[in-house]
Design a protein around this ligand. Structure first.
Ligand code: CP
Length: 341
């Protein structure tokens, strides 16, 4: 039987994702009184190539709360550096190949979760998502994306928070706004927010400084296809006032412009000219009393003001909390599926 990985929500239907969200809401509601041991006797490998606060904590604690055991591995820092490409002469830094890593971990564990950010040198390479795709190719247990070029667990957490507050998401307006950050950041969360919002029936406005900040066509096209299915729209805007007008949700994220991948010194002047994209109370006043959220970590008074982040419409803490619940529901589902290991 084919293994069901969780690499991107593009591979999962809205009703399947809704099922995970329903289960997550139930786990959340009953957490104080019941801790069903859905992972009893099971182990989960958490493989981190990049730093984390929320992802590491919420996965480790989620496994613990369901009676399982999590092992955290940091290749190149306590675990051997890994080669991902097939058929290469391994005479550089890597001590072992992902084929052995994924197959060995599959003999020990019931799930393998991977965080591997892009290298930020050539988008044409990074968009292949090689690290996690190679884990998925060689693993004989399900592989979960803990953020690569998308962040599907963050998508579930966001959507749970929005469903809790809005009830139905269909027909609501979500603005995905680029915000300033002094460094170019991963497009993963922006890609994810775009595709999940469109999948769940929002009218989505992508607000960004210039056309160069539009996201990869794979995600733009997928969002447009979902929107068409739902009778909704995806709009690209560079105009702050009209983008915020009437919004029910403002989701903020900073990301690097794809045409400048690996040439960040050329992108910096454009980014620096758009520091006014920071989310503030004046912009929020243009909305329909919108909720604000962000995946965190967030630089206050750079990406969004204190007033917005700590304000009554901010969902940043709820979204972060929901990481725990949605990942528990996801791991419960994936670990109960028979693997080929
Ligand atoms: N949102 C998120 O993934 O946070 P961390 O990078 O701290 O895990």
């Amino acid at each position: 039987m084919a293994i069901r990985h969780f690499l991107s929500t593009l591979d999962w239907s809205r009703s399947e994702l809704d099922g995970i969200l329903t289960d997550a809401a139930e786990l959340k509601a009953t957490r104080k009184t019941a801790r069903p041991a859905h992972l009893a006797g099971k182990s989960v490998a958490l493989v981190f190539f990049n730093p984390s606060l929320r992802t590491r904590s919420s996965f480790e604690i989620g496994v613990f709360e369901m009676g399982g055991h999590a092992v955290v591995l940091e290749p190149g820092k306590g675990a051997w550096p890994i080669e991902y490409r097939d058929g290469v002469v391994m005479n550089a830094e890597a001590e072992e190949h992902v084929e052995e890593v994924a197959r060995v971990l599959s003999r020990y564990c019931d799930l393998i979760c991977v965080r591997a950010f892009p290298k930020f040198q050539r988008w044409e390479d990074d968009r292949e998502d090689l690290v996690i795709r190679q884990f998925a190719k060689y693993a004989t247990v399900p592989v979960v994306n803990m953020e690569t070029i998308t962040h599907p667990c963050q998508e579930l957490a966001l959507m749970l928070a929005l469903k809790e507050r809005l009830g139905t998401t269909d027909g609501k307006k979500l603005v995905l706004t680029w915000t300033y950050h002094p460094k170019p950041l991963n497009t993963a969360v922006a890609n994810s927010a775009l595709i999940i919002a469109a999948k769940f029936g929002f009218d989505v406005t992508l607000l960004c400084p210039t056309p160069e900040y539009v996201l990869d066509s794979r995600y733009m096209d997928a969002a447009r296809a979902s929107a068409a299915e739902n009778g909704r729209t995806v709009t690209v805007s560079h105009d702050i006032e009209s983008a915020y007008a009437g919004a029910h949700v403002v989701y903020a994220k900073s990301w690097g412009a794809l045409p400048y991948f690996g040439r960040w010194e050329e992108e910096k002047p454009i980014r620096d000219r758009h520091q006014h994209f920071m989310v503030d109370a004046q912009k929020m006043s243009l909305t329909d009393n919108a909720f604000f959220s962000h995946c965190l970590p967030l630089r206050r008074n750079v990406k969004a003001t204190d007033e917005v982040v700590s304000g009554p419409r901010s969902l940043v803490i709820e979204e972060a909390e929901n990481r725990l619940h949605v990942q528990k529901a996801l791991m419960k589902r994936l670990a109960s599926t028979p693997s080929s290991g």
